[in-house]
Design a protein around this ligand. Structure first.
Ligand code: SF4
Length: 285
């Protein structure tokens, strides 16, 4: 939670929550609690009062997930947070985003002994939540920017850490498993790694149950543009590869896009294919 000595941003409305001037514009609060927070310039502000319990819960979860503790609450009367938040079936948003992954979104699959996709900051609440479910056996990285506190969770749960060899770096040395090549790799039954180089050399999407696609920074829904996008303006490896990797996703059925930045996006498999085509037009424009 925000340090009360830090400067509140001037443009916050008078409400139960506020943002201070340490915000790094990671986007987490305004997709988690869009009725309370919004982007203004290159930071976020609280723009609306809380009107119901759902808004209160979302804002509170955003406060806990802010990677820089830039969100403050005017009152101590806050409800218990509901993190991890259930997305659907046994797939969760873990919350507690880390500044070390620029506020990237971490997910959890309560299956196969517990699977974490990308990584939250190391904290006891998440550890407790994992222990109350199947624990943690696998840590899947979509790319090197999501590593954050992977090492600490690895030591706590003795996990197998998996990243593509293209993203091996000093934060990912001597891990238990490196993926290689550009062909699909079965991690477990109905859990597939799909190498999608472009944003980084070793970017990977993970497909669970032919339904949930964890996309890292390869693909997300842009609320501003109203369609799916790849980060062509934040592409650290190859825009050509980014397009080829996007075309590859037309070969798969899925209903959920779970990105590292931005809100989960749900649509039918047929609509997803149309949306990927729109994304390809955007990338090629
Ligand atoms: S979650 Fe925190 S750092 Fe991210 S946009 Fe909101 S206030 Fe800024």
């Amino acid at each position: 939670m925000a340090n009360r000595k830090r400067a509140r941003k001037q443009n916050n409305v008078e409400s139960e929550y506020y943002v201070d001037d340490t915000c790094i514009d990671c986007g987490t609060c305004y997709w988690m609690a869009p009725d309370t927070f919004k982007r203004e310039g290159y930071q976020s502000i609280a723009y609306s009062k809380i009107e119901n319990e759902q808004q209160q819960m979302s804002a509170q979860n955003a406060l806990l997930s802010c990677p820089t503790n830039s969100i403050g609450a005017a009152t101590q009367m806050r409800p218990s947070p509901t993190l991890p938040s259930l997305i659907s079936e046994n797939v969760y948003h873990l919350g507690f985003h880390s500044e070390r992954s620029f506020g990237g979104t971490p997910y959890y699959i309560n299956d196969y002994g517990g699977v974490m996709i990308d990584c939250p900051r190391f904290n006891q609440k998440t550890i407790q939540h994992l222990r109350e479910r199947q624990g943690l056996k696998l840590q899947l990285l979509t790319h090197k920017d999501g590593i954050a506190d992977t090492g600490q969770y690895h030591r706590e749960f003795n996990t197998t850490r998996i990243i593509h060899i293209g993203d091996q770096c000093n934060k990912a040395m001597n891990w238990e498993r490196y993926l290689s090549g550009e062909d699909d790799i079965e991690i477990e039954q109905n859990l597939l790694a799909i190498p999608t180089p472009g944003h980084t050399k070793g970017s990977v999407c993970y497909l669970y149950q032919h339904k949930y696609l964890f996309t890292g920074d390869h693909l997300c829904f842009s609320r501003n543009l109203g369609h799916l996008i790849g980060f062509k303006n934040h592409c650290w490896y190859s825009n050509e590869k980014l397009i080829t990797s996007m075309e590859k996703l037309l070969n798969y059925d899925f209903e959920w896009i779970l990105p590292e930045h931005g809100a989960p996006y749900h649509a039918s498999p047929d609509k997803m294919k149309n949306e990927i085509e729109t994304c390809l037009n955007y990338l090629k424009s």
